[in-house]
Design a protein around this ligand. Structure first.
Ligand code: ITT
Length: 206
């Protein structure tokens, strides 16, 4: 049985923009997904600073609580001039009061006028797939680029308006949804997951 024969996957995320992207990426591959709406409320484990552990914990807790195959991702932006930060802490960068545009402004302020190699960056996504019996597997995807001095573009979410793609020269927020979902860190990670054969999932955590 391939992942395509595995029924509908539950996507364990509280981020609606992520859910939309994951749904579209997987639907191109013939894998159907549902979000958490309509399911009983789920308790997510606390997040640490390791993408794979965080992603595995989210997927595993959804798979256990719902008794269904579940996927999740943990992702972030890593910037050379911020010593690789904010990384797995990207969603909480600058404190809980900030929204996406507040976090973008905070990151630009932290980088200041630095230029060249200090603005090199990558988006990282680790996608996890868990089955109800506790098996979990993870796959990682990356996307390289630079941090712009000013935001540009309105698509996507999070740090997309300041992330200029190495391969393209536009910001991630200047791509339409289909373009982002062809090349993004999330697309790379979830395509690798969807290619797996479910019975071969390891029984131990990654
Ligand atoms: P869940 O844990 O509920 O899935 P979350 O948004 O808290 O939602 P993460 O902990 O994985 O998810 O944090 C990911 C953060 O990294 C996200 O909130 C953005 O700030 C940033 N990020 C990840 N992928 C991104 C993308 O494709 N475009 C822009 N920013 C992204």
């Amino acid at each position: 049985m391939t992942s395509r024969g595995a029924g509908t996957w539950v996507v364990a995320t509280s981020n609606p923009a992520k859910l939309r992207e994951i749904r579209e990426i997987l639907s191109e591959l013939g894998v159907e997904c549902v979000g958490l709406e309509g399911l009983p409320p789920i308790t997510f484990p606390d997040e640490g600073d390791d993408y794979a552990e965080n992603a595995a914990r989210k997927a595993r807790s959804a798979a256990e609580q719902f008794g269904r195959v579940a996927v999740a991702d943990d992702s972030g932006l890593e910037v050379a001039g911020l010593d690789g930060g904010p990384g797995p802490l990207s969603a909480r960068y600058g404190g809980p009061a900030l929204d996406d545009s507040g976090r973008v402004a905070h990151l630009l302020a932290e980088l200041g006028s630095s230029s060249g190699a200090a603005r090199a960056a990558r988006f990282v996504c680790v996608a996890a797939l868990a089955s109800p019996d506790g098996r979990v597997v993870t796959r990682r995807g990356e996307c390289r680029g630079w941090i712009r001095k000013e935001p540009s573009g309105t698509s996507g979410f999070g740090y997309d308006p300041i992330f200029e793609l190495e391969s393209d020269g536009r910001t991630m927020a200047e791509l339409d949804d289909a373009e982002k979902n062809r090349i993004s860190h999330r697309a790379r990670a979830f395509r690798a997951l969807a290619a797996l054969r479910l019975p071969s999932l390891p029984r131990s955590a990654p």
